[in-house]
Design a protein around this ligand. Structure first.
Ligand code: ZN
Length: 212
């Protein structure tokens, strides 16, 4: 799945989990010479740290030890994993959210897509009329959003509007602002769909168990 190019680089990662740039160049900054010892009888792993040449963030590679070789040759897991929009989030919100996650290296694009994801989720919840501004306030009035969530949603909306309307004073969104917008869109998707679906499944399983 993953491979090391001349043991100095890590390949096979589709996107950097931090900045989401495609086919990132990860260069090694540290590795464990051997498998790291442990006392609980579990399988030992080798570890290496790689830096993304685009955003400078680090990923950890966990590997199987290979006798006589640098351990990171057999990487089976890269931490953290790249972000994925959960399958319980309905379309088109899910696709907007995925595009927001995939464009974090281009903050304006990510902020606009995060705004579109929030907009699509609120429309799907039945707040179809008017602007996103109105949708957020209606969702608050209907207790679909709490007040802090509505405030955060408005911040995402404003971040999305600046590049969209080429704001004269402040057209661009910072990487941190884009990250926050994507985090909110993801959290809202988790709150509205992922948790709801998980709870429904849990109730169904409990009912099933009580009738058995
Ligand atoms: Zn990166």
């Amino acid at each position: 799945m993953f491979s090391q190019v001349g043991s100095q680089q890590l390949s096979g990662v589709d996107r950097c989990p931090h900045c989401a740039i495609a086919t990132p160049l990860f260069y090694r900054v540290w590795f464990s010479e051997t498998a790291v010892t442990r006392r609980d009888n579990g399988a030992s792993s080798t570890w290496a740290a790689y830096a993304c040449s685009s955003c400078g963030s680090i990923v950890l590679a966990q590997g199987y030890p290979t006798p006589g070789q640098y351990a990171d040759y057999n990487t089976w897991r890269v931490i953290p994993e790249a972000k994925n929009a959960h399958e319980d989030i309905p379309q088109p919100a899910r696709r907007f959210l995925q595009q927001a996650m995939d464009t974090l290296h281009a903050p304006d694009a990510a902020a606009v897509m995060a705004g579109a994801a929030v907009d699509a989720m609120l429309k799907q919840q039945g707040f179809a009329d008017g602007s996103l501004y109105k949708r957020i306030d209606e969702a608050l009035a209907s207790n679909v959003l709490t007040r802090p969530m509505a405030e955060w949603a408005h911040a995402v909306r404003l971040g999305s509007n600046r590049p969209r309307h080429a704001d004269a004073d402040n057209p661009h969104v910072s990487a941190e602002e884009a990250q926050q917008s994507v985090e909110f869109a993801e959290a809202l998707g988790t709150f509205l769909y992922v948790l709801t679906t998980r709870i429904a499944r849990g109730i169904e399983a409990a009912n099933q168990a009580s009738t058995d």
